[in-house]
Design a protein around this ligand. Structure first.
Ligand code: HPA
Length: 238
């Protein structure tokens, strides 16, 4: 079986999956966190792997950047490969002064400037929200691991190099914690396709302070977020 963007046999993916944007991060998860991981797809170098974590079958696959790219992989994974629980593990730019560099955010919801959700929802404003079971499992896992997290709203933007006036001010007024580029799409597609989703995002740069983290720092904090995601998935009933 193959879909237009994934070339893997039926049953190649576990029901639980971690979704970094970068396919090399998917390989990193497979090599450093999963047991007996095998590569299951590499179409366009968008690598996907399946293995297990403490006995729980888990896959990891890149999504690319932005909702349009991520939406293709997320839809095909759920609709054609039976994936049921999806956890995005990505980076974000801090907006709230309360969130600090390298801290992780569990996204209760995700606002967006993308029109993709309105197109799915008859022009109305769909409220993209996390699956509560996954969110609670991740919050509990973070507590057990002793990793500090924030919970709140992200903003998923179609623009990385934003030219909007006053954007930051509006986001701050509405209590947005950070900006990234995929969570709102993930939550909406998961709802439409009847799957459970959660986005976890580590602050890799800060729009208020201007701080930027080095690649080594990003790696260290990435590990904490992956551990939260894997422990959360492992703790859920089948
Ligand atoms: N903007 C959008 N996405 C991001 C950012 C950002 O500043 N940082 C990490 N992902």
């Amino acid at each position: 079986m193959a879909t237009p963007h994934i070339s893997a046999p039926e049953g190649a993916f576990a029901e639980s999956i971690l979704l970094p944007g970068d396919p090399l991060r998917a390989r990193y998860i497979a090599e450093n966190f999963l047991e007996d991981a095998v590569e299951v797809t590499s179409v366009r170098n968008m690598l996907g792997f399946t293995g297990s974590y403490r006995g729980t079958p888990v896959s990891a696959m890149g999504t690319g950047m932005g909702i349009p790219s991520a939406a293709i992989y997320i839809t095909e994974l759920i609709r054609f490969y039976g994936v049921k629980r999806l956890v995005r593990v990505g980076t974000c730019g801090g907006i709230s002064p309360d969130v600090k560099m390298r801290e992780a955010i569990l996204a209760i919801g995700a606002c967006t400037d993308s029109t993709t959700n309105r197109r799915r929802y008859n022009g109305w404003d769909y409220a993209p929200t996390a699956d509560f079971g996954l969110l609670r499992a991740a919050a509990d896992a973070a507590d057990r691991l002793g990793i500090k997290t924030h919970m709140g709203n992200l903003h998923s933007s179609d623009l990385f190099y934003s030219g909007y006036e006053n954007t930051l001010e509006i986001w701050q007024r509405m209590g947005i914690l950070a900006v990234e580029m995929e969570a709102a799409g993930l939550y909406t597609i998961a709802a439409e396709e009847r799957a459970a989703a959660l986005a976890i995002a580590t602050v890799s740069d800060h729009l208020v302070t201007g701080e930027v983290s080095s690649s080594e720092e990003r790696e260290g904090t990435f590990d904490g977020m992956v551990r939260i995601a894997l422990e959360a998935l492992h703790s859920l009933p089948e």
